[in-house]
Design a protein around this ligand. Structure first.
Ligand SMILES: [Zn+2]
Length: 338
């Protein structure tokens, strides 16, 4: 059993939120390798062999969480690229317009660029993640939970969706307001949207930060219209990279990642929240997590990974997943309907 020595500001969370089984100690003395918050954290793994949830135990209390985000900002702007990036973006647009029906995205890069993106799984998933794999829906209402620098929210808004965002980062919310976006500060629960408000709710790498992922999923379901779609991504605890890099795996990110899901735990939790047509897959976007894990293992700054390292490792990761199992990628994608 994952024995918790409770300090001030921490809570004993000895049982799995997905299946209720007790947790076994997986790691001790995990350190914050990104923002150097002082402390050592323990992580449990669910004892149910069908379940693949990992979580911090003792768990930080909600009051303690803001302290872990003192230097953590989500509003970093996307770098402005040169000519090559412009051609790539046009190719991405061309691919998305053909595959997902976004005619407003047609670019001048031509069919060669589109064909390249369509043929390389890592690029294909990177492209589709920009629109959360959502087909064109004129006038559909979309909520993004944790919109960060607002690039995706603005993009989806420009493509015909009526967008609303919620975000914890005050500066991000201010910047989104400057861009004319409807953005609310706080959690999805704080925003208290009326029931059945949205056709789609999307969220990228947020659920692992939340103290109550089930409550979050239930709230997403409540604000979705009947048959509305939830699409979210999160690190995959059952990935090949986690097996290889162990404590150096970038997906752990203590103490900010409170729950790290495997495919089974995420699927079960979405069903518990009342979603149907629940599907969990892994994306081919393993490059960043693998490149940053490799740097952590070498004692280097994980943020310093180059585009070349990321793209090379994405292809290697995708290739390895052919042999290591279809759900061994570094990132999970949950898609389900309310
Ligand atoms: Zn479990």
């Amino acid at each position: 059993m994952c024995k918790a020595q409770i300090k001030e500001g921490y809570i004993d969370k000895s049982h799995c939120i997905s299946c209720g089984a007790v947790g076994n100690l997986l790691y001790e003395k995990l350190e914050d390798r990104l923002f150097a918050i002082e402390g050592g954290w323990s992580m449990c793994r669910c004892s149910n062999i069908q379940c693949d949830l990992r979580w911090l135990n003792p768990a930080p209390s909600p009051e303690l969480l803001p302290y872990f985000y003192k230097q953590y900002h989500t509003h970093t702007a996307e770098p402005i690229g040169g000519k090559a990036k412009q051609i790539f973006t046009q190719s991405v647009n061309r691919y998305l317009s053909a595959k997902y029906g976004y005619s407003a995205m047609s670019g001048w890069a031509g069919n060669i660029g589109r064909w390249l993106i369509q043929s390389i799984p890592t690029l294909r998933d990177d492209a589709a993640a920009r629109i959360f794999w959502l087909p064109y829906t004129e006038g559909g209402r979309l909520l993004e939970v944790g919109f960060g620098n607002g690039a995706t929210l603005a993009r989806l808004g420009g493509l015909g969706w009526n967008v609303v965002g919620v975000e914890f980062d005050e500066v991000s919310v201010g910047l989104a307001h400057d861009r004319g976006l409807d953005a609310r500060l706080g959690s999805v629960e704080d925003a208290a949207f009326p029931s059945e408000s949205f056709d789609a709710v999307v969220s990228s790498h947020v659920i692992e930060h939340l103290p109550d992922p089930l409550g979050f999923l239930k709230e997403c379901r409540r604000v979705l219209k009947n048959n509305g779609r939830l699409v979210l991504t999160t690190p995959n605890a059952a990935s090949l990279g986690h097996r290889l890099f162990v404590k150096n795996w970038r997906g752990l990110e203590p103490p900010r990642h409170l729950h790290i899901f495997g495919p089974n735990a995420l699927l079960a939790l979405a069903k518990q929240a009342g979603f149907r047509d629940v599907r969990v897959t892994t994306t081919a976007r393993s490059g960043s997590i693998l490149a940053q894990s490799l740097r952590l293992a070498r004692g280097a700054n994980p943020e310093g990974a180059s585009r070349f390292e990321i793209e090379t490792l994405a292809i290697l990761g995708w290739f390895a997943s052919i042999f290591s199992g279809s759900l061994s990628g570094e990132e999970l994608r949950l898609e389900c309907r309310a």
